[in-house]
Structures are given as structure tokens and as C-alpha cells.
Ligand binder design. Structure first.
Ligand SMILES: Cc1cc2nc3c(=O)[nH]c(=O)nc-3n(C[C@H](O)[C@H](O)[C@H](O)COP(=O)(O)O)c2cc1C
Length: 403
């Protein structure tokens, strides 16, 4: 079973990730991870911090001569802004006083954090609840992604909407209908989206979104949105209906919902399917001699908690950023009086970035189920198990039913 842990405060010295359980001999480089870290930092509407921080990873262990050793892998991502925060985040008690933060921001972890952990400075809540931690997740997810690529599994994303602005072309419906060339390979979707300042596939939509972000920058507000993740090349058989916590759909939802500010995940037709007839929703099964097929992909590539070999299609909703320049009502914990909230340097929207983080979390959960199914201590051994299953599974069903 693979697992990862992250450590680090938003303005602390560094983020640290420890990744464990991958087989040996997966080729991986710091450049590969840095590319995905950079993708996480992009997007129009991010804060000035993105200009200060240009993330790059130092690999401390677990990789030799460009390949995994099978041992725990550790990553170190320096926070370049730490130099300005050394006193505020000092490990030792600093000399002199540090200004406490006493006014919790609505929609953030500020108030629940101080209440739960008995903190007397909201800074202690802010630092770890911040989405800065998602950079450490991208490092972990990059190992998973590289592993999956070896087996032809590609993961991509694009932004579907920001602030309610959608493209006139419904790309997601085309994917659900199995009609879109976007469903052929997940990665080119990301390559195309990465060319847009807000990671959309439609230039007219991009312009409208940028104008809306400009408006909220002026009015001190923020925006959320929706994004799509696609995983292609996923073999039949990841996940299981044998126990509730082994279902692939449930595990994907958990991993995506764990991302800061994510408030909803749909698999395939999701909420829309609740309003349609069964005859419109269920994907008819066909046979082409050598394999089973589906006419449509409303199920989003998962049936009964198990991948069915079709692209995994997900739509995720991110709420608007919680830190607003425009004041919202809150309480000053020092005076216990009503007051308006304070402002801390912040993004206006981070949907493009969130979609990249979601790629990493999706890669992670797919790699987990891939290794649960195929196992192996070296990449070669995993490959043998994978090839044996994918070559034989169809003929086993055919022969078994002939008897
Ligand atoms: C990539 C990314 C960047 C974010 N940037 C900010 C930000 O700059 N300011 C902010 O207030 N919230 C930001 N958020 C959202 C907060 O981290 C999140 O709303 C907060 O931790 C509370 O958690 P919850 O919204 O899941 O309840 C960001 C989230 C993501 C995924």
C-alpha cells in the first residue's frame, strides 16, 4: 500500500513530503516534478506570492541514478518567502513581542482551528490549513503520475468555469457521450489548458473570465469555479465492490474532497443523472470480438466501484477564495465584539491551480489501486502482473461462459 505524508507551515522554512510503497526502478527526475510544481503555481488571479515563490524540489532520498529504489522517497520544497517570516514562525520563543492575529476570516479554518487546538493566535491555524501544502502533494502525485505513465495511463484537466462563465461548447458532455477526441489521451488536454491563462479550452471564454477576475480584483471579491479531470488508459479492474472502502469512486471522491476549498465532486454524469431516465444514463454494452465496449461513458469509467477501462471523468467544484479585501462580518477574539474581517495577501481565484492539484490526487489514488491490484516490488514485476491480467481477462470471461 502506498502512502504519503506532508509536513510544513505555509510561511515556514520548507514543505517536506515522504512517499512510501512504490516499486523500484520507476524513472523519475527533479525536472519532471518541478514541471508539475510550476503548473500548480500558474493561473491569472493568483496572489503576488506566486511571483516570490518559484517552487523547486530537492530529492533527499529514495532515488538513485534517476530511478526509485523502493525505499521511502523524501522531498524538500523550500519556501522562498521564509526569510521574511523567520521571527513570526520561529521554532524557539522569539525575543520581543509578535503581533497576534485575533480576527478570524469567514470561510477559513481560522476560528475552528483556534477553538479545536486551543491556540491563542490565529496564525497557528492559518499556517497549516493554507493550500500552500498542496505543493507537497503535487510532489507526491508526480511519483504516482510517472509510475502510471509507464502503463499508458495519462491524467489531465481543464477549467470548465470560473465565476459561472462557461464555454458555449460543452466539452464535458461530449466526453460523456464518448464522442470527444479529448477522451483519447488525458495529458494533451492539460497541455492545451496550460496554454490558457485560466486553463480553459476556449479563448472567448478565457477573455470573459479574465475580465470578471479584473472586476473582482477591483471590488475586493473572489471567485470559485468548476474543473474537469480526465484519466485515460486506466485498465479494467481497479477498485472493488467487495467492501465499501475499496470502491474506486468513493476513494477518488475522498482524495479530491481533501483539497482545500473543494466542495463537490461528480463522477461521470453525476448530479445530472438524477434528473434523467435510466435509458438515457446507462452505458450500453457492445462487443467487438476482442473486447467489450460501451457506447457512451456516463458512468465516468467506473461501474460498481471498479474501473471499466473507459476514461475516468470527473467534475469538481471549488468555492470562491475565503480571504476577501472587501470586509465581511466577524468577531474580534480580543474584544469579543463584532468587527469586519482583516485582509491577508491572497489569491482572487485559484481554480486553475486547484485543477492541477486534483490531477496529482487523482494520480495518487489510481496508483494506489493499480498497486493493490497488480502489486510487485519492482516496476518489471508490476509490469508482468499487469500484462498477464490485461492479456487474459477477456478470454477468461469468454472461455468461462462457454463451459
Ligand atoms: C490552490 C489553492 C490556492 C488557494 N489559495 C487561497 C488563498 O490565496 N487565500 C485563501 O483565503 N484561500 C485559498 N485557498 C482556499 C483555502 O485554502 C481554503 O478555503 C481554506 O483552507 C478553508 O478550507 P475549506 O474551504 O476546505 O473549508 C486556496 C485553495 C487552493 C486549492
Amino acid at each position: 500500500m502506498i502512502r504519503f505524508l506532508t509536513s510544513g507551515e505555509s510561511h515556514g522554512k520548507a514543505l517536506v513530503t515522504i512517499v512510501e510503497g512504490f516499486p523500484s526502478n520507476i524513472p523519475i527526475s527533479a525536472d519532471y516534478i518541478n514541471h508539475h510544481l510550476k503548473r500548480r503555481q500558474g493561473g491569472y488571479g493568483r496572489s503576488v506570492r506566486m511571483k516570490i515563490e518559484s517552487d523547486s524540489v530537492q530529492i533527499l532520498s529514495g532515488i538513485r541514478f534517476g530511478k526509485t529504489l523502493g525505499s521511502p522517497i523524501s522531498f524538500f520544497i523550500e519556501n522562498k518567502d521564509w526569510i521574511n517570516w523567520q521571527k513570526v514562525l520561529s521554532i524557539e520563543k522569539p525575543t520581543g513581542s509578535i503581533k497576534k492575529i485575533k480576527v478570524p476570516r469567514p470561510g477559513h479554518a481560522d476560528l475552528v482551528g483556534v477553538t479545536k487546538y486551543n491556540f491563542h493566535d490565529i496564525r497557528n491555524s492559518i499556517e497549516r490549513s493554507s493550500a500552500r501544502e498542496t505543493a507537497a502533494r503535487v510532489a507526491a502525485g508526480s511519483v504516482a503520475r510517472k509510475f502510471l505513465e509507464h502503463f499508458g495511463i495519462q491524467i489531465g484537466s481543464y477549467v470548465e468555469s470560473i465565476g459561472g462563465i462557461y464555454s458555449t461548447q460543452d466539452y464535458f458532455s461530449q466526453l460523456l457521450q464518448n464522442k470527444s477526441s479529448l477522451g483519447k489521451n488525458g495529458w494533451p488536454i492539460s497541455v492545451k489548458a496550460d496554454k490558457s491563462l485560466v486553463r480553459v479550452l476556449d479563448l472567448i471564454q478565457e477573455k470573459k473570465i479574465i475580465n470578471k477576475i479584473k472586476l473582482v480584483k477591483k471590488s475586493g471579491d473572489t471567485l470559485g469555479g468548476t474543473f474537469i479531470n480526465v484519466a485515460t488508459g486506466v485498465p479494467v479492474g481497479l477498485g472493488s465492490f467487495m467492501q465499501y472502502d475499496r470502491r474506486l469512486d468513493a476513494d477518488i471522491a475522498f482524495h479530491l474532497m481533501s483539497i482545500n476549498a473543494v466542495k463537490g465532486v461528480e463522477i461521470g454524469s453525476g448530479f445530472a443523472s438524477a434528473e434523467e431516465y435510466g435509458s438515457q444514463v446507462h452505458d450500453e454494452i457492445t462487443i467487438d470480438g476482442k473486447s467489450f465496449s460501451r457506447k457512451t461513458n456516463h458512468s465516468g469509467g467506473i461501474e460498481g466501484g471498479i474501473s471499466n477501462g473507459f476514461p475516468i471523468l470527473l467534475r469538481t467544484a471549488m468555492k470562491p477564495i475565503s480571504t476577501l479585501a472587501r470586509p465581511l462580518r466577524t468577531v474580534d477574539l480580543g474584544s469579543m465584539k463584532n468587527i469586519t474581517s482583516r485582509y491577508e495577501r491572497s489569491d482572487f481565484t485559484a481554480v486553475p491551480s486547484c485543477a492541477v492539484v486534483a490531477e496529482s490526487m487523482l494520480a495518487w489514488v489510481l496508483a494506489k489501486h493499480f498497486l493493490l491490484k497488480f502489486g510487485g516490488d519492482s516496476l518489471e514485476e508490476t509490469g508482468d502482473n499487469f500484462n498477464s491480467f490485461t492479456k487474459k481477462s477477456f478470454s477468461r470471461v469468454r472461455k468461462g461462459f462457454k463451459k
